[in-house]
Each structure stands twice: as structure tokens, then as C-alpha cells.
Ligand binder design. Structure first.
Ligand SMILES: Cc1cc2nc3c(=O)[nH]c(=O)nc-3n(C[C@H](O)[C@H](O)[C@H](O)COP(=O)(O)OP(=O)(O)OC[C@H]3O[C@@H](n4cnc5c(N)ncnc54)[C@H](O)[C@@H]3O)c2cc1C
Ligand code: FES
Length: 271
């Protein structure tokens, strides 16, 4: 029987610096990995350990995967110190992704904070590949400063896409910043969107998720139409160890994407 913990060998082909603490790793696994947008993988540093990440690349590409990683602790520090050619491992995909079929024909509001735009970029690419099937897609992204905005090389291209509306905000601007200043909840109130018809998808740091969810509810988005990408420390990734418990759920198996109505009863869901 196959060992479910055994990773597929993979090579880092390219490393793109997104901000002072965030890099995108372009990784080629020895065997193709097919995933759905929103699912996650375990990325192994051989001989050291592994950590969960959600691919930031399109799910339609299986021979190469991009993962955008913020330096947070031991594994991510080691990854940030690597160079192209380094060998890593990948296992997965795991969990349940976004139900794109439920988004069709409707406005899709994508709310990202900081490195939380990484998993949402995969979703955005998947939506853009069949953009005619959706109503307008609104990307609302907040970062601490202009220097913390990730994918700055791609955002101007996205802003040109018909059917995609991009709004950025920063907590604090600089002399060159001409955009909105304020946390991401300040750009959610958008008269062009009918919350009763829209689907909202959010990913970001816990505090941002908490306030974004409250604001979306105040604006009239439905509890079962607010999709949240949840995080907890993980170990096995396959529903065996119980590390990633969220109420009665395991994030690795039942998530990481949950609608608000499913988890609203959980004590401190954004802890
Ligand atoms: C499903 C899922 C998808 C993720 N996708 C991404 C992604 O696309 N990009 C990205 O940069 N990060 C992502 N993360 C977070 C990433 O897994 C952690 O940053 C990573 O595990 C930290 O490992 P480390 O060894 O560097 O840090 P550690 O040395 O393990 O820890 C550093 C600090 O971070 C805390 N920490 C560790 N893991 C988590 C976690 N999952 N949530 C909250 N705090 C944590 C620890 O408690 C500690 O305080 C994701 C997490 C999950 C569960
Ligand atoms: S990480 Fe082990 S049960 Fe989810």
C-alpha cells in the first residue's frame, strides 16, 4: 500500500521576490500534481519537516506549481534561504476547494489581506480562464504598506481584464501612493455590487478575516455565500492527528474552505 506521508520529489525552478518577507516559489514535481483551486499541499524540506501551503498558480497547470510563502518560522525561513535547483517534496492535494460551479452567473467578491492573496490568486486565475461564466469579479486587496503588496508585477495586467475590477488599499501609504488608504473593510462597501446576489471569498490574517466577515454580513451578504479559507497548525494533513480541529471539523479534511454558516458557532474561529 502507498505511504500517504511520502512526498513526491520536486525541484525549485525559480524564486520570485514579492515583498521583504514573501517569495513565490516555482516548483516542478517529478510527477504531475492535479489540484482544485483552494486545496492545499504539504511542502517538505528534506530531512527537516513540512508545512501546509495553498498553491497560488492556476489549477489548470499540473506539471508546475507556484507557492507564495511568507517567512513565519523555521521551515519558511529555510525555504526563503533556498536557491533555484534546490530539492524539496510535495504531497497532496488535500482538503476541499472552492465550489466554482456555485459561483457561475454571479458577482464574485474576492477579499484578500497580506499573503492571503496567494491562495486567492489561484482562484482568480481559475475564474479568469472562464470569465464569461461569471458576473463581474471584484478583487479587493489590502496590505500594510505599498511595499507589502504582492504580485505587483501582475496587478496592472489584471486591472486590464474585462469583467475583473481591482481595488487596492494600504493601511499606510507613502508619497507615491495614489490609491485608497485604510484597512480592507473600508473598500467592501461598493454600490455596484448587490450583496444578495454575490458570493464573497476571503483569505488573510485572522483579524482581517474576523472584521471582513462582520462587514460582509452587515452589508447583506448571505452566511452561506461567504467562503473563508481557514488556517490552523497542521501535522498529518489527512484527518488523522487532530491538530487542525475547528469545532467539529478538521480543517485539513473538511476545509480549508468553509462557508460562514458552517463555522459561525465555533468559539473563536479566527484564533
Ligand atoms: C491550509 C493552509 C494553507 C496555507 N497557505 C499558505 C500560503 O499559501 N502561504 C503562506 O505563506 N502560508 C500559508 N499557510 C501558513 C503556513 O503553513 C505557515 O506559515 C507555516 O506552517 C509556518 O511554518 P514554519 O515552520 O515556518 O513556522 P513555525 O516555526 O512552525 O511557526 C512560526 C509561527 O507561526 C505559527 N504558525 C505555524 N503554522 C501556522 C498556521 N498554519 N496558522 C497560523 N499560525 C501558524 C506558529 O504557531 C508560530 O507562532 C497556510 C496554512 C494552512 C493551514
Ligand atoms: S492536520 Fe492532522 S487531522 Fe488535520
Amino acid at each position: 500500500m502507498n505511504n500517504p506521508y511520502l512526498p513526491i520529489a520536486a525541484t525549485i525552478e525559480e524564486i520570485i521576490e514579492e515583498s521583504a518577507s514573501i517569495k513565490t516559489f516555482v516548483i516542478r514535481p517529478d510527477e504531475e500534481i492535479v489540484f482544485e483551486t483552494g486545496q492545499f499541499v504539504e511542502l517538505t524540506v528534506p530531512g527537516v519537516g513540512e508545512a501546509p501551503f495553498t498553491p497560488s498558480s492556476s489549477p489548470s497547470v499540473s506539471e508546475r506549481m507556484e507557492i507564495t510563502i511568507m517567512e513565519a518560522g523555521s521551515i519558511t525561513r529555510l525555504l526563503h534561504g533556498m536557491s533555484p535547483g534546490a530539492k524539496v517534496g510535495l504531497r497532496g492535494p488535500y482538503g476541499v476547494g472552492y465550489p466554482l460551479e456555485k459561483f457561475r452567473g454571479r458577482p464574485v467578491v474576492i477579499v484578500g489581506g497580506g499573503v492571503g492573496l496567494a491562495p486567492l490568486r489561484s482562484l482568480l486565475l481559475a475564474l479568469m480562464e472562464e470569465i464569461q461564466l461569471y458576473d463581474t469579479i471584484y478583487l479587493k486587496y489590502g496590505a500594510k504598506t505599498p511595499g507589502d503588496i504582492i504580485y505587483r508585477r501582475l496587478i496592472p495586467e489584471w486591472a486590464e481584464v474585462e469583467g475583473l475590477d481591482v481595488t487596492l488599499t494600504v493601511d499606510g501609504g507613502d508619497e507615491d501612493w495614489k490609491g485608497n488608504v485604510g484597512v480592507v473593510t473600508t473598500i467592501l462597501d461598493d454600490g455596484r455590487i448587490d450583496p444578495a446576489k454575490a458570493v464573497a471569498v476571503a483569505c488573510g490574517p485572522p483579524i482581517m478575516m474576523k472584521f471582513a466577515t462582520s462587514r460582509l454580513l452587515e452589508l447583506g451578504y448571505r452566511e452561506d455565500e461567504i467562503y473563508l479559507s481557514m488556517e490552523r497548525n497542521m501535522s498529518c494533513g489527512i484527518g488523522k492527528c487532530g491538530h487542525c480541529r475547528l469545532g467539529e471539523y478538521y480543517i485539513c479534511k473538511d476545509g480549508p474552505v468553509f462557508t460562514w454558516n458552517k463555522i459561525k458557532h465555533v468559539e473563536e474561529p479566527f484564533a
